[in-house]
Design a protein around this ligand. Structure first.
Ligand SMILES: Cc1cc2nc3c(=O)[nH]c(=O)nc-3n(C[C@H](O)[C@H](O)[C@H](O)COP(=O)(O)OP(=O)(O)OC[C@H]3O[C@@H](n4cnc5c(N)ncnc54)[C@H](O)[C@@H]3O)c2cc1C
Ligand SMILES: *[C@@H]1O[C@H](CO)[C@@H](O)[C@H](O)[C@H]1NC(C)=O
Ligand SMILES: *[C@@H]1O[C@H](CO)[C@@H](O)[C@H](O)[C@H]1NC(C)=O
Ligand SMILES: *[C@@H]1O[C@H](CO)[C@@H](O)[C@H](O)[C@H]1NC(C)=O
Ligand SMILES: *[C@@H]1O[C@H](CO)[C@@H](O)[C@H](O)[C@H]1NC(C)=O
Ligand SMILES: *[C@@H]1O[C@H](CO)[C@@H](O)[C@H](O)[C@H]1NC(C)=O
Length: 524
């Protein structure tokens, strides 16, 4: 029943919010009923937008009276796909590793939010602008903008309470640089994991850099987060370290500009492309050379680019005392949430923190899984998280969840993987089963209706097995036939059909020409 008391309460909170913050978004004071659950989301990249859309879209009876706020420190949504406003130099870190030549490294229909295809005419492997626009379109289409506070940085978050009851005290720096303190029942972390570079150091590198200065030769060692334009390396000799997406991209782009490129990789089975010379890992530096693990050397090196990946950090939770950082650790410390810089543990289903300080649905992470297309994975995680935030009783007891986690870690070990090393990587292509598992759990508990349809669409699973799309699309572009292939392609079914035809077309052509290539794999 709508009572006077409630109206008065909501008016009071309206006035308080107005005074505290002149332009607070509409969504916060729209409530007719008093807020009985509050959720803060951190980050408006793929993951944060997915969870915001899902929370906002919960049935009214589940989320009436909820306050939902998303804090994003940057000027707009999009996360890594939103370019840096200006060039950045170390030790300052760029806001994104995005470089001008970045294209998606998987076919774009397979990286969509379910039911929300890219706009017609988008190339199969589009450049980053298309992906940025896609995120903007998603936010506007689902009316997410009113819930998002841009230029707001979450500085710290601490739990005040017991394992059963309490709240998050969140400190935010607003768009005017002022500090705001607010409390929330739930925090959802979607801060991305491509922001804190992992920078190895090698014996002798200081000596190498110093003697460069002495001989007035510019030498530098930079992490790939700073990599932007290959033209900058014209006529240089460059060593690129790492065979992940960043290392491979930098090496192949530099090959067209640099005088010489050495690509230092762990597994020598990866084929060299163009004028790139494959080398094993760097062993050390001398005053005038880079020495590799096999004893071979590279002389006259000007630049070393470290595509050595990122550390898994959650700075605002570390500051709040809620995440311990213990590099190389392989067991939880005192049941506190811990990162060894590769793996955050103990987490239920890579989502909910099982720290014994707060309820099991108080702190969620969206977007940790890698070796997966992120938007579909983020969506499955978001549906799971949203329903469990709405009803914590959907989860088993903390003890049971910890036992389940132990069992799944043991299962990985039995298959030859160290869970504390692989972290949140979806090995053996397990991403689809993981996504279906999350949704099937909700169906089994009656939180979602079950009409017999799986979360992961048949076409998406099938496209995951295609082997010829990347080379096929390259040939389409070389032949200038993009328009023909994209004509009339709008719905998910039409995108799926186009990929199927392209895969067959290229497969047949390669067979005819007796071409054999190594298996395509997702590498980010
Ligand atoms: C170079 C590169 C290429 C990639 N290519 C692909 C690809 O082709 N296909 C694919 O599926 N995936 C790709 N990925 C994976 C990519 O990480 C995901 O696609 C996805 O966009 C990541 O989204 P996210 O929301 O998890 O993180 P991010 O995009 O990193 O978003 C996190 C957001 O949180 C904000 N934030 C962080 N901390 C705070 C704070 N304290 N307060 C407020 N806001 C905060 C950040 O500003 C950022 O906007 C690529 C990754 C990289 C690095
Ligand atoms: C929110 O509070 C109202 C009134 O107290 C109650 O009827 C409703 O069930 C609550 N909703 C949730 C999700 O707890
Ligand atoms: C956010 O900051 C940018 C400058 O970095 C500014 O141009 C923009 O207007 C700000 N947006 C909001 C909503 O405060
Ligand atoms: C690279 O070297 C070539 C040949 O020595 C020279 O002509 C060219 O100007 C150089 N380019 C740059 C950008 O230094
Ligand atoms: C919450 O989940 C539990 C366990 O599945 C269920 O018994 C209960 O009815 C649910 N509560 C609501 C309000 O849906
Ligand atoms: C089942 O439900 C899903 C999600 O609500 C919907 O997309 C799908 O079309 C439905 N399938 C059938 C066969 O009704």
């Amino acid at each position: 029943m709508f009572g006077l008391r409630q109206l008065v309460l909501s008016l009071i909170s309206y006035v308080l919010l107005q005074n505290e913050e002149g332009n607070y978004p509409q969504a916060v004071f729209q409530h007719i009923t008093p807020v009985n659950k509050s959720v803060a989301i951190v980050g408006a990249g793929s993951a944060g937008l997915a969870v915001l859309k899902t929370l906002v879209g919960l049935p009214d009876e589940l989320r009436s009276g909820w306050e939902i706020v998303l804090y994003e420190q940057r000027r707009d949504v999009g996360g890594i796909w939103l370019p840096d406003p200006q060039s950045v130099h170390p030790p300052d870190l760029p806001e994104t590793p995005l470089y001008p030549l970045l294209h998606t490294n998987i076919p774009v229909p397979t990286m969509t939010y379910p039911g929300f295809p890219f706009s017609p005419g988008t190339p199969l492997y589009p450049s980053h602008e298309c992906v940025e626009q896609y995120h903007q379109d998603y936010a506007s289409h689902f009316n997410l903008i009113p819930y998002i506070l841009l230029n707001h940085t979450v500085l710290s978050s601490s739990w005040i309470g017991t394992p059963d009851k309490g709240r998050w005290e969140v400190t935010v720096q607003d768009h005017n640089g002022r500090e705001i303190h607010k409390s929330f029942d739930h925090v959802v972390v979607a801060n991305g994991h491509n922001h804190e570079p992992h920078i190895p150091t090698y014996a002798g590198q200081e000596d190498w850099l110093r003697s460069g200065i002495e001989s007035s030769q510019t030498r530098e060692i930079l992490h790939s987060i700073f990599y932007r334009k290959p033209e900058r390396y014209a006529n240089q000799t460059v060593v690129v370290v790492g065979s992940g997406a960043s290392g491979q991209d930098a090496a192949s782009q530099l090959a067209l500009h640099a005088r010489k490129v050495y690509h230092s990789v762990r597994s020598l089975s990866d084929p060299a492309s163009g004028p790139v010379e494959i080398k094993p890992e760097i062993s050390h530096f001398t005053s005038d050379s880079v020495v590799f693990a096999d004893g071979s050397t590279a002389l006259d090196v000007d630049s070393v680019i470290l595509g050595t990946g990122y550390e898994l950090r959650v700075p605002f939770l570390e500051r709040g005392g809620e995440v311990l950082v213990t590099p190389k650790s392989s067991e939880p410390v005192d049941y506190a949430l811990t990162t060894n810089l590769r793996y955050l543990f103990p987490l239920h289903q890579h989502i909910f923190s099982l720290s014994n300080s707060y309820p099991t649905n108080a702190l969620a992470f969206i977007g940790l899984p890698s070796l997966a297309a992120s938007c579909p994975s983020d969506t499955a995680q978001s549906i799971y998280a949203a329903h469990i935030i709405a009803n914590g009783s959907l989860l088993n007891s903390r003890e049971e969840l910890l036992q389940e986690l132990e069992a799944s870690e043991d299962n990985l070990r039995s298959r030859g993987y160290d869970p504390y090393y692989i972290g949140h990587r979806m090995v053996d292509g397990s991403t689809f089963d993981y996504q279906d598992g999350l949704i099937d759990y909700l169906k089994a508990r009656g939180a979602l209706p079950d009409n017999g349809t799986s979360f992961v669409e048949g076409w998406r699973r099938e496209a995951g097995r295609y082997q010829y799309l990347k080379r096929g699309w390259k040939r389409v572009e070389e032949l200038g036939q993009q328009r023909e292939w994209l004509r009339g392609v709008e719905t998910e079914a039409e995108w799926a059909d186009m990929m199927k035809r392209l895969d067959r077309w290229q497969g047949g052509w390669e067979m005819q020409h007796g071409l054999v290539f190594p298996k395509e794999k997702i590498i980010f």
